[in-house]
Structure formats: structure tokens, C-alpha cells
Design a protein around this ligand. Sequence first.
Ligand SMILES: [Zn+2]
Length: 373
Amino acid sequence: MSVAELIEVTRRYGGNPDYVLAGGGNTSLKKDGVMYVKASGTTMGEIDESGFVKMDQKALDALWTVEYPEDKDEREERALEDLMKARLEGETSRPSVETLLHCFIPFKFVVHTHPALVNGMTCSKGGQGWAEKELGDRVLWIPVVNPGYILAKYVKDRVDERLASGQGFPDFIMLQNHGVFTGGNSIEEVDLKYQYLMGKLEESIRITPNMAEEPVDLAVAAVLKKAVQKAYGPEAGFEFKNIRQCKEWLQSKEAASPVFSALTPDHIVYMGHKPLWIPEGGEAELEQSLVEGVSAYEGEFGKKPKTILVQNRGILSCGVNAKEAFLSGILFRDAVKVAVLSENFGGVQFMPQDKIDFINTWEVEKYRAKKSI
Ligand SMILES: [Zn+2]
């Protein structure tokens, strides 16, 4: 029964784009010493039992007593090895990168999501102040910490401090520039907590994004498509859109600042850590700027851009294939929503640069990005 409930709750939150996009988010169930956790890169909305990895709860608990090396690469590698060893025999999938965050949460069900509404707050200058005022001691606020073992250990230490001071386990673990963890001993409890959180956030929203699509110039689109194929190869994925909210932003690189850096790890993984800006121009100039711009971007960051802002024309989402371009577009539009919603909480706050660099080079995230295309 519990596993069926886990599948139901995972599909329901995962199938709702207000909560989860692409391969983001994850859920777990603890039952009879076994933790079922979403496999890495699996899509929540379509999950079945095979999308979960069964982990030995005792082996996971034992991880907290291991002294890992100081060096961050060695540390993450060793912790990942131990995580893989904590799988029950016969399990072949890789558990979610956030498994370690699930295992010490005492609730039977844990549902972790990245809603735009929540991230409008977690990616804002006033987010922590809002959360602590509106949610009181039901929330534990976690600043940006590199993902992996180090994040889980940081959260666990904060939780332990809280418990030692006599406070209860938090209902909401709010990860700055990332999303929220909540849980319950029944699905009803999980739903009630999400309803409470979303209701509180909605009460504070005055400014909302205008996501209406506007037509693009088809001649320009054709030129850009040709240039994208030149830069990415014949299989390249291509999507060119115009959104009302971005009209003023596309006037200049400065005006586009609300979407010019990374909001959360998922935005980095799917739409790239930073868009490429292409100035307005005639057909030949546009093609040249795009091809040269992509090559300069690749020279600087070691990868091609997945989001290209074309001045006064539209937003180009691209990638090695159609799926990569499609996911990039979805995450870009989410970034637009998050950036606008953050205005209700004091304005947008991007991830710190060193944390962006870490994700860009993180092996686990590369695996996840590859798995979903
Ligand atoms: Zn997450």
C-alpha cells in the first residue's frame, strides 16, 4: 500500500508544472528499514515502481559516522561510493543526488520540489526574512551550499542543533536558490503542508509574470535556425519564442539582467548558467553573431550555450537535440517566473558565482543532464 501511495504522490506533484519541471524534484518512502528513493534523472510525473531505488536505511544512517576526506572531489567521490553501496542487493539504478537529504528526515514520506512560487521567495533578497516571519519555527532556512554529501551534512548538522535546543523537526526545509523539502507520515499530511506553504506565499504575491506568448519574426527564426545547425550540428534542437514579460528585457543586455545569471542548480543543468546575448542586426549579421558568439562562449565556459537572447527578437533555446532545446526552454520560462515573483520578496538574488562554478563541473549533475536527453 505504501509504495502505491508513494507512486501516486510522486506522479501527482511531478505531473504538476507548478511544482516540478523536467527531471527535477524527488520523493521517498521509509518502510521496514528500507528507503525507496527516486532514481537519478527519472521523471516524477511518469514514475512507476522501477523508478525508485531501494536503499538500506541502516547503511544510510552509518554514512554520518564516516570521516570523509577534506578535499571536495575525493570527499564527494567517497560519499557517492558509500551511497551506491547502501543500495539493496540487485538494485542497479543510481539513487537521486539528494538521497542523503531524505534519509535523516523522520517522516515516512518526503516530497522535495522546486515550485516557481517557492523559488520566487528562495531566490530573493528578502526570502529568509519572509520565511522566518511567516513560517516561524516551522521552517529551517539553509543558505546556498554545494550539492551532494556536503549539503546533506550541512542540513543534518543544522537539524541536530535545532533538535538539541528543544525545537521540533522543521516542517519545511527551505533551500536558498533551490526549493523545499517537506514530508509527513501520511500523504494527507504532505498535502496539507504544501497547501499551507503555497497559501502563505500567495498571500504575499502582488507582482506576477506575464507569460503570454507573442509571435516571432519567421524570417529571423529561419536565419537563426540555420546558424544554430552550423554551430551545433545537423541534429541540433531549436526553439525560438517571444514572451510578453521579456519584451523590455530584450531591449538591452542590462535590461535582461533578471535572467542573466543562475537561479538554481536545475536552471544551470537545463538552460545553462548564463545566456548568450546576440545584438540586433540584419540576417547575415545575426548568423555571424550567433556562430561567433557560440564559439566564444564555448571557449570561455567549455560548453555551448543552451539559451540565447536575441536583442528585440526573442529567446532561442537550443541544444544537441530537440529534447535538450525543449527542456532548456521550459527552464528559461521558469526562470522568468521566478525572477518576476522574486520582486515580491525584495528582488532577485542569484546563486553565488563559486556555487555556480561547482555545479558546472559537478560530475553527478552531468550524469543527470545526460540521462534526461
Ligand atoms: Zn532539488
